[in-house]
Design a protein around this ligand. Structure first.
Ligand code: ADP
Ligand code: NA
Length: 322
């Protein structure tokens, strides 16, 4: 059949981590040879909670550079900043006029995030309409997501189907896909929790951490009072997390890994993570030394994204009587 059309967004809401690399950036880069890929830096999504304007711009460019350094080659996909393509906000409004208040309120992520904030931005509630627009604009067939975003892709399908029934067949119904080899990385100092760029923890490895800091964080990873290196995510979450990271970074199945001790496991994991991050950091340094070129790359990407999005927005507006 025709190649799948993939849409994936990376939100510049913090400094990217090893979890983002192994769970999102590298799996996305692996899709380039076989799929028609549209990858966006979703700076509009970063506005859904308190943010610093100067820092947001910096982080957007940093994330774009890290995505490229991780292998997301802008010559082989469409790579752009979401805010440079006005069709996202435009279609989002049309979809808000298709969606219901109750279904937005019921989204698990909204309930969890809004509980933790005193002044909840309205855009946090309407976030799934913007995400639906991101996907539907490009008639994406496949949306690679972690488990926490699967509900939003389901809602996108519901909104697209509802729109198509009510106004005519404008949108392709997308499906959530779980890319192979996407590892779930846990916090090194609290292996019961996901490593997250949104959480300030000594157990988070940032992609731009100096390699000696990376090594120190891994050597200090929480394990347990036992001594046998075995994968058991319930009873030995810290050791299992290190095994998962070592497996994902080396491409060796967990069953074939056999470090003799916790110390050896940490050392091998540190070596493997550093071997992965060093070339990425070198590539990133080259890109960030020449910001004009990166801006040109993103401008070209936005032009291509605008061209592809235009026909969908026009069709949706016409169908709605605009
Ligand atoms: P974060 O929690 O770091 O803010 P997001 O929720 O913005 O990350 O997720 C961005 C992408 O990175 C998603 O595709 C998500 O599945 C992936 N991701 C985030 N954290 C991890 C992790 N610890 N392990 C694997 N993948 C992750
Ligand atoms: Na997050």
């Amino acid at each position: 059949g025709p190649p799948s059309r993939v849409l994936s967004l990376f939100t510049p809401s913090g400094r990217p981590t090893l979890g983002n690399l192994l769970g999102a950036l590298l799996p996305s880069a692996r899709l380039l040879p076989t799929a028609d890929c549209v990858f966006g830096i979703s700076d509009l999504h970063a506005l859904t909670s308190e943010h610093d304007p100067a820092r947001l711009r910096e982080r957007s460019l940093e994330l774009a550079g890290l995505a490229i350094a991780a292998g997301i080659d802008p010559a082989r996909c469409v790579l752009f900043l979401q805010s440079n393509v006005p069709a996202h906000a435009e279609l989002s409004y049309l979809l808000e006029s298709t969606a219901h208040y109750g279904e937005m309120q019921r989204m698990i992520q909204f309930r969890e995030k809004s509980e933790r904030q005193s002044a909840v931005r309205l855009s946090l509630l309407t976030y799934p309409a913007l995400m639906a627009a991101d996907i539907l604009l490009y008639q994406a067939t496949d949306v690679p997501v972690g488990a926490d975003q699967a509900q939003h892709v389901e809602l996108t399908r519901d909104l697209a189907a509802r729109f198509n029934r009510r106004y005519g067949p404008v949108f392709t119904l997308p499906r959530a896909v779980h890319p192979p080899m996407a590892a779930r990385v846990m916090d090194l100092s609290d292996p019961g929790a996901k490593m997250s760029k949104s959480v300030d923890s000594p157990g988070t490895i940032f992609l731009l951490d100096p390699v000696d800091v990376v090594r120190r964080k891994i050597m200090r990873a929480v394990t347990d009072s036992g001594t046998s290196v075995a994968y058991d995510s319930e009873a030995k979450p810290g050791v299992s997390n290190l095994l998962a990271i070592l497996s994902a970074t080396t491409g060796t199945p967990v069953a074939e890994l056999s470090p003799g001790s916790y110390g050896a496991l940490k050392k091998e994991t540190a070596d493997a993570v550093i071997a992965l991050l060093e070339p990425l950091q070198r590539h990133y340094a080259t890109l960030s030394a020449d910001p004009a070129t990166l801006e040109t790359v993103l401008r070209t990407g936005a032009e291509r994204a605008r061209e592809r999005a235009a026909s969908t927005v026009t069709a949706a507006k016409e169908a709605m009587g605009l």
